[in-house]
Design a protein around this ligand. Structure first.
Ligand code: FAD
Ligand code: NAP
Ligand code: FMN
Length: 581
């Protein structure tokens, strides 16, 4: 049997073509077996709706669309923020691909449609046939919750689920491919036939160049500390060379780093297990020495749920079992706060795991994302990052974050920085150079705004720029101070409002500065200004959101509901966008 391939004149981008060819190489058997013929199906419209914060769901949606096209379907891809509830009601064939954010929440671009679907007046969807692909991460309590919510809601509104939901963990490529390969024939079923769709003939399989499984081996050019010697934290500036990679990026994108674990932690764990490290263990079909497997393949700092449950079972520890049985997530977070995998092994030595048992309870080591703090227009061959090193003392030991300290301590001239880009298409400098930008970025949240300012400087953009920045203490934590003050002097930075939280008795935060300057902030919004937020998702972004509503209500003389509508319109216009983590 021949391998399917996409003709060169088919309307796909190069990356889609590469993806499709790879996809078909794995899928054609399934297609032929399941549908008999893949060549003759009608141009039925299917709508692919994505809810996505950082682009993963969007890229899967593009892949699904490419496969749908190849089946003769007419895919229409839309972000969930591009669809009103009445338009949803009119759709007949729908695929929903969504990630989950925050704590089981919708990604920002799905929030409004979700709220509309949850109102009592939401329309019935009895004409709709749908399936859901949920992206998530099993290390979160509410795994794939947004996808689960949509799956239930559409069924509740009368829509007909024509293929079961698939929930994907961080390595979503394969399950997503499987879901696409299964769901598209269902979407095509019963459509009347038209002209041939895909010429399925042999062609070599291309793969996208650099990704999670094949990262670019970059070189570290600069590793410089930004915080002062007496600071209570350590934040660093990195410059990473992408010369020769053929890669490029946009201000607003993130760079994902694939780290390795600290060798000292690896050795301590091996010792605690009573192993010598040379034990060969099967990893992805190959035998790998235990020490190498723990260094490069598995998450060994943050304990997996499976490991915690097994430790509770083997130890019979009353406290831990009590917490697990109660299902009290806050109590579990509190119990685990500051305790890493090694702490748990040391706390319960009687559990006695063999190397194989231990490894079977670990999760794969994941990449970490970092918002890029440079503009490629100024630095085409380098990526700048602004990273807070995670270091803290607990249980009498110094604990280190895997990736932030990989960058800080373990990358040298001989050690590459394996990386790939994660585009964020909505987190972008306004296309119109004349429109104002308001940027709220305390702590490492400053990163993308340094890139935005460079971008605007390079483009000689005339729009006003306003930065709200804050950190702990001005004397030690005012990162990029000289650059920002120079931007202020040159006029690039129209306003710089600072909030150093620990310089006075009462905490002072960026949202306090927003409220103090509410009239002007509102005026900038009224002039068509964009409102960007980056940094901590759990506390800061929520408080900033509240402050934005308050500013709009007060200075726009609006009631609460009208202020919500004003903010919702900003979101729909993609003038209120966040890069929060
Ligand atoms: C889109 C995106 C953009 C991001 N951009 C940036 C950026 O520009 N700069 C940046 O610095 N980070 C950024 N991050 C966060 C970054 O990805 C990592 O999460 C961060 O660097 C920590 O990773 P780590 O591997 O060093 O720590 P990990 O090994 O993942 O350890 C972190 C864990 O350690 C524990 N912990 C941390 N501090 C303490 C403490 N004081 N006491 C007890 N336990 C603690 C917590 O359980 C925490 O979850 C971004 C994240 C996303 C998703
Ligand atoms: N959920 C998470 O696990 C999470 C979230 C964000 C960042 N981080 C990690 O923490 C490290 C340091 O992060 P960072 O430098 O970006 O930020 P940070 O040190 O946590 O905070 C930066 C500034 O924001 C202030 N802040 C605290 N609560 C706030 C609130 N509700 N509203 C507004 N401002 C608030 C802080 O003040 P005070 O500290 O004085 O209160 C500080 O002045 C990084 O490794 C990052 O990845 C983890
Ligand atoms: C701050 C943050 C919060 C997240 N919260 C959850 C969650 O509650 N449940 C879950 O299953 N996944 C969660 N995830 C994982 C994302 O859903 C997952 O990384 C997904 O692939 C992101 O896809 P996107 O780029 O399309 O948004 C979270 C990720 C981040 C960075």
């Amino acid at each position: 049997m021949k391998t399917p391939h996409i003709p060169l004149d088919a309307p796909y981008s190069e990356s889609q073509r590469a993806w499709l060819n790879g996809f078909f190489a794995g899928m054609h058997t399934h297609m032929i077996q399941s549908s008999g013929s893949v060549n003759q199906v009608a141009a039925r419209v299917i709508t692919i709706l994505y809810g996505s914060q950082t682009g993963n769901a969007e890229s899967v949606a593009n892949n699904a669309a490419a496969v749908a096209k190849a089946h003769g379907l007419k895919p229409v891809i839309k972000g969930m923020d591009e669809v009103e509830i009445d338009a949803l009601a009119a759709m007949e064939y729908v695929l929903i691909i969504t990630s989950t954010y925050g704590e089981g929440d919708m990604p920002d671009n799905a929030q409004l449609l979700w709220e509309a679907a949850c109102t009592e007046t939401a329309p019935k969807l009895e004409n709709m046939k749908f399936s859901v692909l949920a992206l998530g991460d099993t290390s979160y309590d509410l795994f794939c919750q947004a996808g689960k919510d949509w799956d239930e809601k559409l069924a509740e509104l009368g829509a007909n689920r024509i293929y079961e939901r698939t929930d994907c963990d961080v390595d979503y490529d394969e399950p997503a491919e499987t879901w696409i390969s299964a769901v598209i024939p269902h979407m095509a079923e019963g459509a009347s036939t038209t002209s041939a769709v895909v010429d399925i003939t042999a062609q070599s399989v291309e793969k996208p160049k650099y990704n999670r499984k094949n990262p670019f081996p970059a070189k570290m050019l600069v590793n410089r500390i930004l915080t002062g010697p007496s600071s209570s934290k350590e934040t660093r500036h990195y410059e990473i060379s992408i010369a020769g990679s053929g890669l490029s990026y946009e201000a607003g994108d993130a760079l994902c780093i694939v780290p390795t674990n600290c060798p000292v932690l690896v050795t301590d764990i091996i010792k605690t297990l009573g192993c010598n490290g040379d034990e060969d263990e099967p990893v992805n079909g190959e035998l790998v020495a235990l020490h190498e497997a723990l260094r490069t393949q598995f998450e060994i700092k943050t304990p997996s749920k499976e490991l915690i449950e097994e430790i509770a079972r083997r130890s019979g520890d009353q406290e831990l079992n009590g917490i697990l049985e109660s299902g009290d997530k806050d109590a579990l977070s509190k119990y685990l706060w500051g305790r890493d995998t090694l702490d748990l092994l040391l706390q319960f030595p009687a559990c006695e795991f063999s190397a194989s048992e231990f490894i079977a309870l670990l999760k794969p080591l994941q990449h970490r994302a970092y918002s890029i703090s440079s503009s490629s227009k100024m630095y085409p061959d380098a990526v700048h990052l602004t990273v807070a090193s995670v270091r803290y003392e607990s249980y009498n030991t110094l604990h280190k974050g895997v990736c932030s300290t990989f960058l800080a301590d373990r990358v040298d001239d001989e050690t590459d920085v394996p990386c790939f880009f994660s585009p964020n298409k909505v987190f972008r400098v306004p296309e119109d150079d004349n429109l104002p930008m308001i940027m709220v970025g305390p702590g490492t949240g400053l990163a993308p705004f340094r890139a935005f300012l460079q971008e605007r400087q390079y483009k000689k953009a005339r729009g006003k720029n306003w930065l709200f920045f804050g950190d702990r203490n001005a004397a030690t934590d005012f990162m990029y101070r000289e650059e920002l003050e120079a931007y202020q002097k040159s006029g690039l930075l129209t306003r710089l409002d600072l909030a150093f939280s620990r310089d006075q008795e009462k905490k002072l935060y960026v949202q306090d500065r927003m409220l103090e300057n509410g009239a002007e902030l509102y005026a900038w919004l009224e002039q068509g200004g964009y409102f960007f937020v980056c940094g901590d998702a759990y506390r800061m972004a929520k408080d900033v959101d509240k402050a934005l509503h308050d500013v709009i209500a007060e200075h726009g003389k609006l009631n609460d509901q009208q202020a919500v509508e004003y903010v919702n319109q900003l979101k729909k216009d993609k003038r209120y966008v966040r890069d929060v983590y």
